[in-house]
Design a protein around this ligand. Structure first.
Ligand code: PXP
Length: 255
């Protein structure tokens, strides 16, 4: 039997920056989170530099690019500002996403079919800078064909609608969405595109989607950072308990 190629995991560290920015300052640092994720088996780190800098900021991208030992994937809108930042910092990869300021997260895929010229120009500039470019789209044939025509080497399939259906326990909608993703992944691979997927994935949907061998990379953020709170909170509360108890034993000592 031929060896099965492993599926890559890109860990999105945006929400470490969300927590940091709630207080200002430098803690928790998305770079430290990236290093922990890499030590735990992540194949790459993903970060979204949004136009409004609500979580990741420019300095995070510069430090991630300088310091991490695995590829950096920069999620970005196809604006002149972001294209210029990407071409200067040269992350390994860039994933072009739609961006609306009012949205809480990236709610849908790009309209690659409707924005061909803007996207073609952005993909061309990024590729000329040596960056491996993906377009974040729904698994719709028209979008996949447009992505191939634009000349992007990669698509990332938006898995949000499928994950929402699974989380809501809506089996029939989940099956329809999964089938759409499976057909889209096969179509894209057939068109010579590398296929990634992401948005809303958790342990259940991450395991299910890994069955599709056309998909070579998953990018996952919100669930991992949220789950890390549960897996890590007991450890850090124990450390704080110990620190306070040590302090108590030194009553009267000079600080
Ligand atoms: N892929 C892309 C292109 C995204 O925009 C996002 C969200 O930033 C993700 C993957 C990760 O989604 P989630 O945080 O829901 O795992």
């Amino acid at each position: 039997m031929p060896a099965i190629a492993p599926i890559r995991l890109g860990v999105n560290v945006d929400h470490v920056a969300t927590v940091r920015n709630a207080r200002g300052g430098r803690h928790p640092d998305p770079l430290k989170a990236a290093e922990i994720a890499i030590a735990a088996g992540a194949d790459g780190i993903t970060a979204h530099l949004r136009e409004d800098r609500r979580h990741i900021v420019d300095d995070d991208i510069a430090r991630l690019k300088d310091r991490i030992t695995k590829p950096l994937n920069l999620e970005m809108a196809a604006t002149p500002e972001m294209v210029s930042i990407a071409c200067r910092l040269r992350p390994h990869a860039a994933c072009i996403v739609p961006e609306r300021r009012q949205e809480r997260t990236t709610e849908g895929g790009l309209d690659a079919a409707g924005e061909r010229e803007t996207l073609r120009a952005a993909v061309g500039e990024l590729a000329a800078a040596g960056i491996w470019v993906a377009l974040f789209i729904a698994a719709e044939p028209a979008q996949i064909e447009a992505a191939a025509a634009i000349g992007a080497p990669v698509i990332e399939i938006h898995t949000g609608a499928w994950c929402d259906a699974v989380a809501a326990g809506n089996a029939s909608a989940g099956a329809v969405e999964f089938e759409r993703i499976a057909r889209g992944a096969a179509l894209a691979k057939g068109a010579g595109l590398e296929v990634h997927a992401g948005h809303g994935l958790d342990f259940v949907t991450g395991e299910m989607i890994a069955r599709l061998d056309e998909i070579v990379e998953l990018n996952i953020g919100h669930f991992l950072i949220g789950e890390a709170v549960f897996d890590g909170l007991g450890v850090v509360v124990r450390k704080m308990r110990a620190a306070m108890d040590r302090g108590r034993r030194k009553i009267g000592a000079k600080p």
